[in-house]
Each structure stands twice: as C-alpha cells, then as structure tokens.
Design a protein around this ligand. Structure first.
Ligand SMILES: NC(=O)c1ccc[n+]([C@@H]2O[C@H](COP(=O)([O-])OP(=O)(O)OC[C@H]3O[C@@H](n4cnc5c(N)ncnc54)[C@H](OP(=O)(O)O)[C@@H]3O)[C@@H](O)[C@H]2O)c1
Length: 288
C-alpha cells in the first residue's frame, strides 16, 4: 500500500474542529489523506480528536477572536508546512446568538459578529500567504440564514449574510491568484450549537425586564416547539460538501448541504411580505 508522508500530504486547517461539523470534516478529510490542522480552543479537545480520529491530526490552539492566538497558529502551521503552503482553509468556527432582536444585549450582538464574521476575515488574512503558495482553497461555512433572514434569529442571520457577501467579494479578489473560494450552507445538523445558544440566551435574558419578556413569550414558545420538531441531518453531509470544494477541479461557489436547503433559497425569490408570512406560519407564530 502506498502511504503519503507528512511532506506529501496536502495541509488543511479547520477552525472550530472540536465538535459538530468541524469534527466530522476532520474525520472525512483525514480518511482522504489530508494533513489536518484542527483549530481548537482547548488543547484537551485536540487530544480527544487525536484519540478518536487519528494520531496524525495536529491540534492547533486557535480562538478566531483573539489576535495573538491567530498569529501563534499561523506561525505553528507555517513552520510545519514549509514551502508546500496551506492547501485548504475551512472557516467553520461559529456560534448562534438567538432571540428577538429587541431582546439581544449589544454585547452579544458584537460577539456574534466577532466570531461569525470578523474572526473569519482575520484568520483568512493571515493565512493567505500560505494559501497562495499552494494555490489553495478557502471554504466558508455559512447557513441558510445567510440567504433568508429568519425571525428570532435576526442577529445570526445578519452575521451569516455578512459572511456571504464577504465570501463573494473574496472569491473575485483571489481569482487572479488561483485560490478558490466556496461557501457551504448546511441545513439543520445534529450538533451542540443549538443547545449552547439556548443556554446562553437563557443567561442573558435573566437581566431583562419581565414585562419585555412577556411580550415575546408566546412567539418564543412557538419557536421552541418548531425547533424541537425540525429534522436534523448528520454533520457528515456537510463534510462531504467541504471535501468536494477542496478536491474537485471545479469547486462550486456555493454548496447547499442537507435537507430543506434548496427550499429556503427559493424563499428568497418571493415578495417580502409573502416570505415573512410563510416563515412566521412555519414557526407557528400568531400574528394577530
Ligand atoms: N448545526 C447546524 O445546524 C448548522 C447549520 C448551518 C450552519 N452551521 C454552521 O456550521 C459551523 C459549525 O457549527 P456546528 O453546528 O458544528 O456547531 P458546534 O458543534 O457548536 O461547533 C462550533 C465550533 O466552533 C468553535 N468556536 C466557537 N467560537 C469560537 C472562537 N471564538 N474561536 C474558535 N472556535 C470557536 C466551537 O468551539 P468550542 O467547542 O470551544 O466552543 C466549536 O468547536 C458554524 O459556523 C455554524 O454557524 C451549523
């Protein structure tokens, strides 16, 4: 059997690799023979990935909102890959700030944009010299909320829409360097992201006036019920699209990964008020 040495294996950095889609992608790309740098915030998560997936995975401590952490990561990876450069950057790290816009503290809004938008720009900027060496590939993980604003996920939607526009511009800007840029929009996936956002929303709402919370209580109950009933795919589905974006000679600009994503893109074409009504009805929110 022919095996590739570290020097021959194409290097890919996946941010937010500690769980969900990031871990699923690390597993798939490792199986395909890539050299994986797994961005994790806790080193113990990296050790777990080595145990559970492969000892060949290299964990890299990386908080994408922390400049010093990004610089340390690029130095580590640059030293490891040398002249072959970085073949792939998967900007996957992300989080959800949920709830009606009126109820989200500005601190949380900033956090949402720091992680889902600014962090990806910061990471992309510093890794571009390494990506240029390999004529590499960038894959940004967005969401259907980047195409259609979901009520009660307005802050998340705004962040993913910003990521979509950033990605579209980057694709054109990097075309002369033969660096491909793709965006992947996963449907609902079975990961911890929703649980984390619910816990965080519960915490930040504790500081809000009861009268204000009461105004939104019926809508939030309906949304919680609708969310509990939604179908969730395995995050492996997303890993497959990411692998295609990295391997194909003609990567797509946009991948819809998972059930229902095509329908959501179609909603974009509807007149605004018709789309608003359909979304509220789907969530079971009464409007009169
Ligand atoms: N699950 C879905 O249904 C779905 C649908 C559409 C799009 N997406 C997108 O897919 C991506 C992955 O989400 P997931 O569902 O796999 O969620 P997840 O399991 O919660 O994974 C998110 C990862 O991002 C990491 N992360 C959060 N903040 C970070 C920061 N400041 N710096 C570095 N890493 C950070 C988390 O690290 P810790 O473990 O240390 O917190 C975690 O490893 C996100 O961009 C999300 O918006 C998910």
């Amino acid at each position: 059997m022919v095996t590739m040495t570290q020097a021959q294996r194409k290097a890919v950095l996946i941010t937010g690799a500690a769980g969900g889609i990031g871990t699923a992608t690390a597993r798939q790309l490792d199986n395909l023979g890539f050299q994986i740098f797994a961005g994790v915030r806790k080193f113990s998560d990296g050790e777990r990935l080595q145990r559970e997936i492969s000892a060949q995975i290299t964990p890299v401590e990386l908080d994408i909102t922390d400049e010093a952490s990004i610089i340390q990561a690029v130095e580590t990876i640059s030293e490891a890959v040398g002249e072959k450069g970085l073949y792939g950057l998967v900007n996957n790290a992300g989080m959800i700030v949920e709830g009606p816009i009126e109820l989200v503290p500005i601190k949380e809004v900033r956090k949402q944009f720091d992680v889902n938008v600014i962090g990806h720009i910061a990471v992309t900027q510093v890794f571009l010299p390494l990506l240029r060496k390999a004529q590499g590939h960038i894959v940004n993980i967005s969401a259907p909320t980047g195409q259609v604003a979901f009520p009660y996920l307005g802050v998340l939607s705004a962040s993913k829409a910003a990521l979509e526009f950033m990605t579209d511009a980057l694709r054109s800007e990097l075309r002369p360097f033969k660096i491909s840029v793709s965006i992947v929009e996963p449907g609902a996936m079975r990961t911890e992201i929703f649980k984390k956002s619910a816990v965080s929303a519960q915490q930040f709402r504790q500081g809000l006036p009861g009268e204000l919370l009461k105004l939104y209580a019926p809508a939030l109950d309906a949304v919680a019920k609708a969310s509990a009933n939604q179908y969730m795919d395995s995050p492996d589905v997303v890993g497959t699209s990411i692998a295609h974006a990295l391997i194909s000679r003609h990567p797509k600009t946009r991948y819809l990964a998972g059930r229902g994503t095509g329908m959501i893109s179609l909603l974009r074409l509807l007149p605004d008020r018709m789309r608003d009504g359909l979304l509220l009805r789907a969530l079971g929110v009464a409007t009169n």
